[in-house]
Design a protein around this ligand. Structure first.
Ligand code: FEO
Length: 401
């Protein structure tokens, strides 16, 4: 049975949510599920804006058929060719063989890579920056947004109703639960953390490209943002855009300390637990601790984008960095985090090496400062080394003050 929601008089959300998928992109845990948004514009022409992941195709096609109400599908706009949004293009064209595909040249090449469609050239409407498509009352303008999150990505601006179809940008992890507008939920309390985790892990590497899109969006009069995942925005757009500005410029949202540790028998953990207590004694707030073997890297990366100061503590393992910490640091440098103050602590019973190697990896991050020195434990924190923890806590607290 169809399940849709009206966005405006002419626009209907016809997407669906998946609460069964364990790992988005087969990497990121999504305990609250994920939504795949698709929108149908009914004007003199009918326009489908993106499709969905194959996991929700049955619901999608029921929704599409219901909202079309027997009308033909004239156009399908492909803003993003990643399969979580385009998986159903081939099936769509079997049902609506005359629908024209509106996309850019790079998307057209990707369609040929993913599908064997053998469509005539005239079935494609190829667009480039600033091109428009008039559908009757509405005019859709196409704005290129390369690397937000793939190179072919574009966004579509409906000049008539001032709506930005933003592809992956402004999305969030989490299924939709009836409420589709961000103003229908307590977004800051219930969804901001997952929106941050979604942004930083999916698009975080491409801050300059997101900045370029934000600059283009800044020239548009936008009343609605309609992303491909999560909520539609029609209120407080500036608040969410400001979050994107912080994340894409790698500026911390708040002062605070993220402590990520890799500990085997608890001694490294003990040292950073003491550090956290000393930080708190000195008035530091927003201390977040993570065991890298227990918390998926995506959560730690999101919090590293959130807060200003980072502490990494790890045991030495195979003459290198404890494997789960090594994976986290590799993931973090791949996501291009910048502008942070970083401290390190390592541990080793006979040859502590992790601190040196963690710093070598973290040195790839732009505009980051290390607090000196690395604290190096031999098996466990000794009474004699307590002063080193105390000094580190004071250095961090002074920087935060
Ligand atoms: Fe939601 Fe880049 O796909």
């Amino acid at each position: 049975m169809y399940n849709t929601r009206q966005i405006t008089t002419d626009l209907t959300w016809i997407g669906a949510s998946d609460r069964r998928l364990a790992l988005f992109e087969n990497v990121y845990p999504i305990p609250q599920g994920i939504s795949y948004n698709s929108y149908l514009l009914k004007d003199e022409k009918t326009v489908l804006l993106d499709t969905v992941d194959s996991a929700v195709s049955k619901q999608f096609f029921e929704n599409l058929q219901f909202v079309l109400g027997g009308r033909a599908l004239d156009y399908v706009v492909v803003n993003h060719m990643e399969p979580d949004h385009c998986a159903e293009i081939a099936n769509l064209l079997k049902i609506y063989p005359n629908a024209k595909i509106v996309c850019n040249a790079q998307t057209k090449r990707m369609i040929a890579q993913f599908f064997t469609l053998n469509l005539p050239e005239e079935q494609y409407v190829l667009v480039k920056e600033g091109d428009c498509l008039n559908t009757g009352r509405h005019t859709l303008r196409f704005v290129m947004a390369p690397m937000v999150h793939w190179p072919e990505v574009m966004v579509t601006y409906d000049e008539t109703d001032k709506m930005l179809f933003s592809a992956d940008a402004f999305g969030t992890f989490g299924a939709l639960n009836g409420n589709i507008f961000a103003d229908e939920v307590n977004f800051e309390r219930d969804y901001l953390d997952e929106a941050r985790r979604y942004y930083t892990n999916i698009v975080g590497k491409y801050g300059p490209q997101v900045q370029a899109l934000l600059a283009k969006a800044g020239t548009l009069d936008i009343a609605y943002i309609c992303p491909l995942h999560g909520f539609v925005w029609r209120q407080n757009l500036d608040w969410f855009i400001e979050k994107y500005t912080k994340w894409s410029t790698y500026e911390p949202e708040e002062k605070g300390v993220v402590i990520a540790y890799g500990s085997i028998y608890g001694n490294t953990q003990n040292a950073v637990e003491i550090l956290a207590s000393k930080l708190a004694d000195k008035g530091v707030k927003n201390i977040k601790m993570f065991d890298v073997s227990q918390t998926h890297a995506s959560y730690i990366i999101a919090e590293a984008f959130h807060y200003s100061h980072l502490v990494f503590a790890a045991v030495t393992y195979n003459a290198g960095i404890f494997v789960n910490m090594e994976n986290l640091l590799h993931d973090m440098t791949a996501h291009n985090l910048q502008n942070r103050i970083i401290a390190t602590l390592d541990n080793g019973t006979w040859a502590p090496m992790a601190g040196k190697q963690m710093r070598e990896e973290l040195a790839k991050l732009k505009n980051c400062t290390f607090i000196e020195p690395n604290i190096s434990l031999k098996s466990a924190l000794s009474e004699a080394q307590l002063s080193e923890i105390e000094k580190l806590a004071e250095q961090i607290a002074a920087l935060i003050r």
